[in-house]
Design a binder for this molecule. Sequence first.
Ligand SMILES: C[S@@+](CC[C@H](N)C(=O)[O-])C[C@H]1O[C@@H](n2cnc3c(N)ncnc32)[C@H](O)[C@@H]1O
Length: 272
Amino acid sequence: MELKEVVKEKYGQAALRVHAGGSSCCGAAGAMEGCDPITSNLYDAGQTGVLPEEAVLASLGCGNPTALAELKAGETVLDLGSGGGIDVLLSARRVGPTGKAYGLDMTDEMLALARANQHKAGAENVEFLKGEIEHIPLPDNSVDVVISNCVINLSGDKDRVLREALRVLRPGGRFAVSDVVTRGDVPAEVRQNMLLWVGCVAGALQEEDYRDKLAKAGFAGIEIEPTRVYSIEDARTFLSGQGIDVDAMAPAVEGKFMSAFIRATKPAGCCA
Ligand SMILES: C[S@@+](CC[C@H](N)C(=O)[O-])C[C@H]1O[C@@H](n2cnc3c(N)ncnc32)[C@H](O)[C@@H]1O
């Protein structure tokens, strides 16, 4: 099956589980107690307390971009891969009634969940769009801030996603994204096993590659700041269940898999 179809199916199932009153955790995480060290405890009570419970339950991110992004009243925010809508609803509160928060997702079940959550939250400055992050259905220079939470790592064409993010941002606009990245050389087999643990389907970039791709797309002021570094112990239960010799693999893992906050800006005057 094409990568995109696999991703759609996994996240469609995750959305339906939330709809049925269950947890959104999928893949490896779903097999474990609670969510896991990646998705759990990302938002504080002040943030979750103002949202519909289903929006919080549907959270499948690996960071909290709205806590780290600077968002001002009146701004337009776009969330790439908005899932159940948690970051869109939080952004909408931050930009206020004169601003707007768009969520973009390709999975119908996630869009249905997000729109139901919008309705429950009574958020009027929110719009969920159906589409792919590789082909953003918004005009050039129309957004102040692009956020995203653990989605760009899922794309098979990250260069195109970053070019699209740059295109829709206004000159001076900000890219403020949480994502999984790897650091340094990791043997291919270890990488594959760890990334299976990390998400439903994951294809994280090395931090240097992320930086290079952002620069190649035209971004400036690029910063990558680790927010959670995963240890082999975090993944032990899952990896053991796959029949992997976890202790042998440990030295190749420590300090190399992390969630990070990635920021960059579209240069003023960009682009012809
Ligand atoms: C890991 S979940 C994250 C959801 C949300 N950002 C959050 O923090 O809860 C990934 C979401 O991105 C969507 N997605 C993945 N790849 C996509 C693509 N290429 N275009 C649009 N949406 C995509 C999936 O449908 C899913 O809702």
